[in-house]
Design a binder for this molecule. Structure first.
Ligand code: SF4
Length: 319
């Protein structure tokens, strides 16, 4: 599958104050993340709250400019350009909470049509016609064009946000926890809609989620993040069925599966993702396999037994 989107060494650093004594530190919220996305493919980015996945979503969608790195879309680097004619509008984002993303004072029809008003020379009737055509496909019903966001359910509002994101016919959609605020039955409907739209519009998704059950449903590839870095990457099948990294294993262990009785083989994951990563392996404060090497040296991603990248010194020991 030919790559449509390549993210190379993407980083986002923030300068933060160091205690009362002054001075400043650099917080690496995102630190050298890379991946390649094929046409029609879904990459799921997983990890706990604070692992850096939402920062990644904002950098990839150019909501917030990266500190460094490259975003190649159709061969052009769109990361640092301010050229309005660049293909950056071919990357769109859908947020977790559509109510916050949509203007309460704007009708849903106007919201859906707005990207056309900003980026095209189409007349108002033409924009309305296209928005209503998208509503027929995605929802809500086109006769609800003049209603306001608060008049819809959470699932319907997420449909409105998705319709709006598709108006400029993007190549890549970043979906940041798009179903996690919805009821289970509605989650399934939105996931199925996203998969149908992916096929219909040849979309590629960067799908951010903390829910491995959802990821199992939709992803081709999976990237596991911890403290701003990718600690394991590969196909969804290999990462989810035979995880290598101790963090991936702990995440999976903590995820209930309806098709299998809960059987704890390793100690549960305790503690939280550190806001400032410690030296060495960032996971060493929570890892059952930690030793002095882990505390001193940061592990780089490596291939182990022919498998793709996992950043751990002791893959042999972990087994
Ligand atoms: Fe655990 Fe060490 Fe591997 Fe980090 S490098 S995940 S601390 S075994």
């Amino acid at each position: 599958m030919s790559p449509v989107f390549e993210v190379r060494n993407l980083s986002r650093h923030y300068s933060i104050r160091r205690g009362f004594l002054g001075g400043r530190d650099v917080l690496k919220a995102l630190d050298g993340v890379s991946f390649v996305l094929g046409k029609g493919q879904t990459l799921a980015v997983v990890g706990e709250s604070g692992c850096g996945k939402t920062t990644l979503a904002k950098q990839v969608a150019l909501v917030d400019p990266p500190t460094e790195g490259h975003l190649f879309l159709g061969g052009e680097d769109v990361a640092l350009t301010s050229d309005p004619a660049s293909p950056r509008r071919k990357i769109q984002i859908v947020f977790q909470n559509a109510l916050e993303a949509l203007s309460p004072r704007q009708t849903v029809g106007a919201s859906i049509a707005e990207p056309l008003a900003i980026n095209t020379t189409l007349s108002r009737p033409e924009r309305r016609e296209r928005a209503q055509a998208m509503m027929v496909r995605v929802g809500p019903q086109p006769e609800h064009y003049g209603r306001y966001p608060h008049m819809f359910s959470g699932g319907q509002r997420q449909r409105i946000a998705i319709a709006r994101a598709l108006m400029l016919r993007p190549l890549v959609v970043v979906a940041d926890e798009p179903v996690s605020a919805l009821d289970l039955s509605v989650q399934a409907q939105i996931l199925n809609l996203l998969m149908d739209l992916r096929d219909e519009f040849a979309l590629s998704y960067v799908f951010i989620s903390h829910d491995l059950g959802v990821v199992r449903h939709i992803a081709d590839d999976v990237m596991v993040m911890y403290a701003g870095r990718a600690v394991e990457q590969g196909t969804a099948y290999t990462v989810l069925s035979a995880p290598r990294h101790p963090y991936t294993r702990a995440l999976l262990e903590a995820t209930p599966r309806a098709d299998r009785p809960r059987r704890r083989e390793r100690p549960p994951l305790v503690g939280e993702v550190p806001s400032i990563p410690p030296p060495g392996c960032a996971f060493h404060t929570r890892c059952p396999y930690v030793d002095n090497v882990c505390r001193r040296q940061r592990p780089e991603p490596r291939v182990f037994e022919g498998r793709e990248a996992a950043a751990c010194h002791h893959l042999e020991k972990v087994g």
